[in-house]
Every structure is written in structure tokens, then in C-alpha cells.
Ligand binder design. Structure first.
Ligand code: DMJ
Length: 598
């Protein structure tokens, strides 16, 4: 299969799509899509038609069409012979029996007609060339991304995020006071993966011409690392375009002053111009946050790999060594650590906000090192064992949840953010201690189920920011301030990992439900917006299209409905913002050909 025609940009050509195993050192080898993939595409086309519409259809009539298809496939139908075979199940007599038979007949006819129609459409489809079929499927699968991107392009270009209702740019303090095009950088690899190459080139051009880090602006070290450095590195590895690597390194240099603290634990924020750092005013006793200083490892190791400069690697290894030496109450890592004293702040532990991606990066450091970083794997295993012992419980109704540890007390509340852990447990199953792979896969599935319940128990079928397990209350938000959904990815992320590891169709079904709900309640004419109350059937929008919606939510949805050979997990490791980075084969200790670096 040929790769899409690529127009030159700034005198260069974007290299062909390379979404299978990465190639080193410059990642420019063409990946030929296998025959198997082509067959899968044709099969996908057939399924598309059987379902009535494949993916992300904008108008409600098409949704209805899909809903019917989905019901036909997923809801067991009345078998005409079943009453006879199972007396007692359908013992209906008199006029009721007549009505019942008529209803059965009507249903059968409808199924037959739907299937015949789908077959006809499939036959028509198969007359088309592979390229045409592929293009059609792509167009359907890209629709949500196109809507999000196109509106940002029109109304928010260069701003960090978009207000889809006010139709103007938007930003928050994590990005500082400058227009740094966060959505462009965060969305780049999603565009590339989806084959939206005109849009990708447009973003690249903006970055080449406008992205400047010498600004007097105070940014979040963590957010800028996961969204900008992660996004740029991923765009570099996928496309091979040097500009992304150059920008990633320029930005990383600007973050380095944040590590100038008495302990080497970085400040939460740094001014890109002056290099002055400080912590969030709300953090316990001037502390830095575990999920922030503990979520730098992947990107920083890649920076050392690409530049040959050990400085980045040393910074994150220093953090790890320091954490290893510290006492941990009940084996748990508290969320707060003071960068001046090196002492823990409040004894709060969470797998959701403030803790989450620290655990994720321990596991991913091991995966990214081609499973040679045993120290990281040990830290992950130890942490997960303590979490399972103290934080993971079953509700009265049998739902497994991850609570929050607060000064020796377990708060039975789970955040949407913690739902990513279902995917993490599944991803970490292989290689777990005492061969507990089955156990961790099951635990991941239980978390996925609980998080799906948190969606299913709402009016909008979208999950709240956080939900409780308290007596009769199960997987439901109680406080008004916890009922919002801001286009977060974690639940869909977990569905995708679970799908990759089990191929259980429920995960695609659940992902599809979420996609439909987002289409129905979050889509507005100027993009996609979060909603303020998922329990109200008439949603109020928050008027923010978060950059992570394009980086993560839409990417995970796309991957959920793609084949496993698109970004295989034994070759790519996704950073916490869903930016794929290749596994590094560092066993011979070379970073960019420099054995001294490690
Ligand atoms: C993302 O920016 C990242 O996934 C981060 O780790 C925490 N959550 C947001 C999206 O919800």
C-alpha cells in the first residue's frame, strides 16, 4: 500500500507514516501496511455498514442508525423456537400470544431487512479500491478530531486552548501568561496518527514560526513537560522532523533551573525567562507534588538519549534515588514533599490527582528501558502492593475502588483521574512479581468496570470528576463541585489498554458509549466543551476545550477502534499525556552513541 501523498513544507518532505515498531536512529523507514491490515480494513468496512455507521458521526440521524445496529448485535433477540424449547419462558396465551407473535415477526423482519441492507452496502463498498475504502474509514474515524481541531484553528489558533462557545482563545495558569499554542503541540501526534497530515503540517509551521520559550512567563514544570516536551518528542519520533527535537530541547533547557533547590526536587513552577521557581500556594507546607516531580522520567531520559547530554537523565535519577532512601508510612508515598527540607508534607496518598502519574512512570520507565530498569520495576511493584493493601477496597455492591489515604484514614472516594489505573494494572501485569499477571489483569478489569459504572449511573453517560462509595451511594458523585466532566481521557484510556490485552468486546462497547455521549452532550458548533453536571439531563457547558481532549481522549478512542499493529505496545510507551515514545534499547548503555552518558 502506498503512503499518502505528502506535500513539501519549508522545502522538506514529511517522511512517510511510521506507526508500527519505531526505526532508529532517525525513524525514517517506511512501514508497509501488511496484507493483514488491509483485510482488517475491509472487514472494518463491513462492520461499519453492519452497525449502520462506523464512528463519530456528526448528525443525530446517523446516531440513531448506529444505535439500532448496536442493539441488534448486542441485545439477545427473541428466538422464534425458544418458546417451544423452553416451556415456561414464553408461556403466553390468548390475544397476548397473538400480539407477542406479531411483535416477534416484526422484529425478525426488521433484523432481516437491516442485515440485507448492510450486506448490499458492504458489497458496494467492496467494489471500491482499497485506497478508497481506507480513505472513507479514515474520514469517519477522524470526524471528532477534525471538528475539535478545525474550530481551534479558526477561533483559537496560537492560544493555548479554545473556548468553543465564546469562540475565542483560552488559557490557564499552568501554561503561564503567553500564547504557547498548547493545543497545537498536544495534538500533533494525534493528527499524525490519524493521517491528518495537512493539519499536522499547519501545526508544524506554527511551531517553526511562533513557538518561543524565551518569554517572561511562569509555567507548570509538570504540565509543560508532559504536554510540550512529550508532544514534541512524539512528533519528532513519528515524523522524523528535526524541528520538534530542537524545540523540545530548547524548552527542556528552560526547565532546568526549576531543579535548583536544596534537595534537587524541582519546584512546581518556573519562570521561563528568569529561571525563578516556586511552589503552588495551596500545596501542603510549601511542598512539591509527587505526581509532578515524579512524572519527568520518560521525557528526560529521551532528552538525554537524543542529545547525548546526561544532564536530564541525572536530574530524574537524582529524584528517584532520593525517594528510594525515604521512609514511607505503610509503604505508601505521600503526595507532598518539601523541596527545601526533603521531608514529606501531609500524609496523603492518592492514585488519583497529586499521585497518579508517579506510579505510572515507575512502570513505564521499566517498559521504556526494554524492561532492563529493574530498579523502577521494583519501586512500582512495592508501591502497588502497598496501594492494594491499604487503598483498594470492594464496595458493598461489589465494585472495586481505589480510595484516598488521609492521615491513616481511608476516604472512600475515587477520582476520574484514578481510573487510568485500570490500564496501568493491565500494562504492568506482564512481569509482575510471583507471576501474578492474571491477578493484575483482573484488577485492571475490575477498575474498568467500576469506572464504567460511574459513567453509567449518570444522566449523560459521562463520568463525574470524583465519586463516592458510602453506604447506599456507589460510584456516584455527591457534592455539586464533583459532578463535572471536562473531556478527561482516563476511563477511555483504561478501556483501550484492557481492549489491547483481552480483546473483550465490552471495552469497545463502553468506548463507543462514551464517544456517543461526548458527541451528544459535549459537541457544540465551535468545538467540544466540558459539562458542569453529568447528572443533569440538560447539560450546562463549561466552555473549555482542553488540550488533553485532542492529545488523549480522541487518540485513545481512535486506537480503541484500530488494529493492534498501530503503535504496538512492545515498541511504544505512551507518556501520561498519551504521547507515544519508543522503547529504548539501552542495555549496552549508549545514549546517542555516547557510552559515557549512563
Ligand atoms: C492529563 O493532562 C494527563 O493525563 C495527566 O497525567 C493528568 N490528567 C490530565 C487529563 O485528565
Amino acid at each position: 500500500m502506498t503512503t499518502p501523498a505528502l506535500l513539501p513544507l519549508s522545502g522538506r518532505r514529511i517522511p512517510p507514516l511510521n506507526l508500527g515498531p519505531p526505526s532508529f536512529p532517525h525513524h525514517r523507514a517506511t512501514l508497509r501496511l501488511s496484507e493483514k491490515f488491509i483485510l482488517l480494513l475491509i472487514l472494518s468496512a463491513f462492520i461499519t455498514l453492519c452497525f449502520g455507521a462506523f464512528f463519530f458521526l456528526p448528525d443525530s440521524s446517523k446516531h440513531k442508525r448506529f444505535d439500532l445496529g448496536l442493539e441488534d448485535v448486542l441485545i439477545p433477540h427473541v428466538d422464534a423456537n425458544r418458546g417451544a424449547k423452553n416451556p415456561g419462558v414464553f408461556l403466553i396465551h390468548g390475544p397476548d400470544e397473538h400480539r407477542h407473535r406479531e411483535e416477534e415477526e416484526r422484529l425478525r423482519n426488521k433484523i432481516r431487512a437491516d442485515h440485507e441492507k448492510a450486506l448490499e452496502e458492504a458489497k458496494e463498498k467492496l467494489k471500491k479500491s482499497r485506497e478508497e475504502i481506507r480513505a472513507e474509514i479514515q474520514t469517519e474515524k477522524n470526524k471528532m478530531m477534525k471538528h475539535a481541531w478545525d474550530n481551534y484553528r479558526i477561533y483559537g489558533w496560537g492560544h493555548n486552548e479554545l473556548r468553543p462557545i465564546a469562540r475565542k482563545g483560552h488559557s490557564t495558569n499552568i501554561f503561564g501568561s503567553s500564547q504557547m499554542g498548547a493545543t497545537i503541540v498536544d495534538a500533533l501526534d494525534t493528527l499524525y496518527i490519524m493521517g491528518l497530515l495537512d493539519e499536522f503540517r499547519d501545526g508544524q509551521k506554527w511551531i517553526e514560526d511562533n513557538l518561543d520559550f524565551s518569554v517572561n512567563s511562569e509555567v507548570s514544570v509538570f504540565e509543560v513537560n508532559i504536554r510540550f516536551i512529550g508532544g514534541l518528542l512524539s512528533a519528532y519520533y513519528l515524523s522524523g522532523e528535526e524541528i520538534f527535537k530542537i524545540k523540545a530541547v530548547q524548552l527542556a533547557e528552560k526547565l532546568l533551573p526549576a531543579f535548583n533547590t536544596p534537595t534537587g526536587i524541582p519546584w512546581a513552577m518556573v519562570n521561563l525567562k528568569s529561571g525563578v521557581g516556586r511552589n503552588w500556594g495551596w500545596a501542603s507546607a510549601g511542598s512539591s507534588i509527587l505526581a509532578e516531580f515524579g512524572t519527568l522520567h520518560m521525557e528526560f531520559v529521551h532528552l538525554s538519549y537524543l542529545t547525548g547530554d546526561p544532564v536530564y537523565y541525572k536530574k530524574v535519577m537524582h529524584i528517584r534515588k532520593l525517594l528510594q532512601k525515604m521512609d514511607r508510612p505503610n509503604g505508601l508515598y505521600p503526595n507532598y514533599l518539601n523541596p527545601r527540607t526533603g521531608r514529606w508534607g501531609q500524609y496523603h496518598t492518592s492514585v488519583g490527582g497529586l499521585g497518579d502519574s508517579f506510579y505510572e512512570y515507575l512502570l513505564k520507565a521499566w517498559l521504556m528501558s526494554d524492561k532492563t530498569d529493574h530498579e523502577a520495576r521494583k519501586m512500582y511493584d512495592d508501591a502497588i502492593e502497598a496501594i492494594e493493601k491499604h487503598l483498594i477496597k470492594k464496595s458493598r455492591g461489589g465494585l472495586t475502588f481505589i480510595g484516598e489515604w488521609k492521615n491513616g484514614h481511608l476516604e472512600k472516594k475515587m477520582g476520574h483521574l484514578a481510573c487510568f489505573a485500570g490500564g496501568m494494572f493491565a500494562l504492568g501485569a506482564d512481569g509482575s512479581r510471583m507471576d501474578k499477571a492474571g491477578h493484575y489483569l483482573e484488577l485492571g478489569a475490575e477498575i474498568a468496570h467500576t469506572c464504567h459504572e460511574s459513567y453509567d449511573r449518570t444522566a449523560l453517560k459521562l463520568g463525574p470528576e470524583s465519586f463516592k462509595f458510602d453506604g447506599a451511594v456507589e460510584a456516584v458523585a455527591v457534592r455539586q463541585a464533583e459532578k463535572y466532566y471536562i473531556l478527561r481521557p482516563e476511563v477511555i484510556e483504561t478501556y483501550w489498554y484492557l481492549w489491547r490485552f483481552t480483546h473483550d468486546p465490552r471495552y469497545r462497547r463502553w468506548g463507543w458509549e462514551a464517544a456517543l455521549a461526548i458527541e451528544k452532550y459535549c459537541r457544540v458548533s465551535g468545538g467540544f466543551s466540558g459539562v458542569k453536571d453529568v447528572y443533569s439531563s440538560t447539560p450546562t457547558h463549561d466552555d473549555v476545550q482542553q488540550s488533553f481532549f485532542l492529545a488523549e481522549t480522541l487518540k485513545y478512542l481512535y486506537l480503541l477502534f484500530s488494529g493492534d499493529d498501530l503503535l504496538p505496545l512492545d515498541h511504544w510507551v505512551f507518556n501520561t499525556e498519551a504521547h507515544p515514545l519508543p522503547v529504548l534499547h539501552l542495555s549496552n548503555a549508549t545514549l546517542s552513541g555516547n557510552p559515557a552518558v549512563l
